[in-house]
Design a protein around this ligand. Structure first.
Ligand code: NAD
Ligand code: MG
Length: 352
């Protein structure tokens, strides 16, 4: 779908209107809202608001799934009024996206106790009754959300958390001020501009050509194995981080490296997960687990992984049965990496 965007561009000696896609007009609109406080405030008039309480999103249950309710500006003003709060509080909301029709989406946390804020946290049980929903921890809700909702809520939570934790300037110690969209904070005293941060993390599925290497940390749910992950060190390239993390965690050297995809991951803080496939040097497959980082690591065959992928839901251990391993949920990029490896393996087996 294409729309005419209201900007003329100069081409050769005459002005012409360029045909811009819905996607381009949408990104330009969001850019404008981030840059222009008045435009953003105007967008709130026709926008919708996702509510949070202490970083937990408001959800409603519908047949084993969660629905994510949204409030109009009028509904939000009414709610605040009911709890004796000023509509000014709406300015604490952050912009998290917009529809193709330019309906702006905002997120607002009414349950944060922030020392620099003049607003008190609103009572959770009373709000839940009023809103006919519950504020549920995102980690617990992810399996019952569709991928679009979870991605939007991940962004909202990450941005709200960043604002809650960056209320003061680290140079002057003065309170910082958020712009209307919440895309930055500025210190009026030092003039430093703070932008939301995320930490780059490499996640690598190591293969020896036939098997893939999976590992677990003691904090993982029982039986769960995942690809190797690690935060990038300052000054490192993605390639260097992958090589170091694999060496550090399992004592192996990788040689072939291939980028697969990336994902924003909000737990425990915002990370940019950069997913890669890598192959170990031929004949060098002996794992030496770094027990300070991992509980266990092992090579898994195509058949073992296929069985784990077929298993639906959390595995419940039967009496006298050894606990089989399970894989990360579909939503996690680790799951996608493993599936991709399986598909490639199946493809190369067919060709052989
Ligand atoms: N989405 C997915 O599929 C998926 C899968 C696996 C791991 N992860 C995420 O990847 C992240 C990193 O994995 P890991 O725990 O194995 O990393 P890791 O192997 O680097 O070990 C974590 C340790 O690194 C140090 N560290 C360095 N920089 C850090 C930073 N910016 N923030 C926090 N700690 C830092 C800390 O000492 C921490 O204990 C985790 O947060 C995890 O949630 C996501
Ligand atoms: Mg790690």
């Amino acid at each position: 779908m294409f729309l005419y965007y209201g900007i003329a561009c100069k081409r050769k000696s005459f002005w012409c209107y360029r045909l811009l896609s819905t996607y381009v007009t949408k990104t330009r609109y969001l850019f404008e809202l981030k840059e222009d406080d008045d435009a953003c405030k105007k967008a709130q008039q026709t926008g919708v608001f996702y509510l949070f309480h202490g970083l937990a999103p408001l959800l409603q249950t519908s047949e084993h799934r969660y629905l994510v309710p949204r409030l109009s500006l009028l509904e939000l003003k009414r709610l605040l009024g009911k709890f004796g709060q000023d509509a000014q509080r709406i300015e604490d909301s952050v912009l998290i996206g917009c529809s193709d029709q330019h309906e702006a989406w905002f997120a607002l946390d009414l349950g944060l106790n922030i020392s620099s804020s003049i607003y008190a946290s609103l009572p959770k049980p009373e709000m839940e009754t009023e809103l006919k929903g519950s504020f549920i921890e995102l980690r617990k809700a992810i399996f019952q959300l569709n991928s679009m909702d979870s991605s939007l809520l991940f962004t909202a939570q990450a941005l709200l958390r960043w604002h809650a934790n960056h209320q003061f300037c680290s140079r002057s110690g003065q309170p910082t001020k958020k712009n209307m969209a919440g895309s930055k904070r500025v210190c009026p005293s030092s003039k430093i501009i703070y932008y939301p941060q995320m930490a780059p993390v490499v996640i690598t599925l190591v293969s020896d050509g036939v098997r893939c290497l999976l590992a677990r940390q003691s904090s993982f749910p029982k039986g769960l194995y995942s690809a190797l992950a690690g935060f990038c060190d300052i000054g490192e390239s993605v390639e260097e981080a992958v090589r170091r993390e694999v060496a550090e965690e399992v004592g192996l050297e990788v040689e072939r490296l291939e980028y697969s995809a990336s994902q924003h991951w909000p737990f425990p803080n915002s990370s940019l997960m950069i997913a890669c496939h890598a192959t170990v040097k031929p004949g060098q497959t002996e794992i030496q687990v770094n027990l300070r980082e991992l509980e266990a690591a092992a090579w898994f065959s195509h058949d073992e992984v296929a069985t784990a992928l077929r298993r639906k839901g959390p595995y419940i251990q039967q009496e006298n049965e050894t606990l089989p391993f399970s894989l990360p949920p579909r939503l996690a990029i680790a799951h996608q990496l493993i599936k991709e490896w399986m598909e490639r393996h199946a493809c190369s087996s067919r060709l052989a």
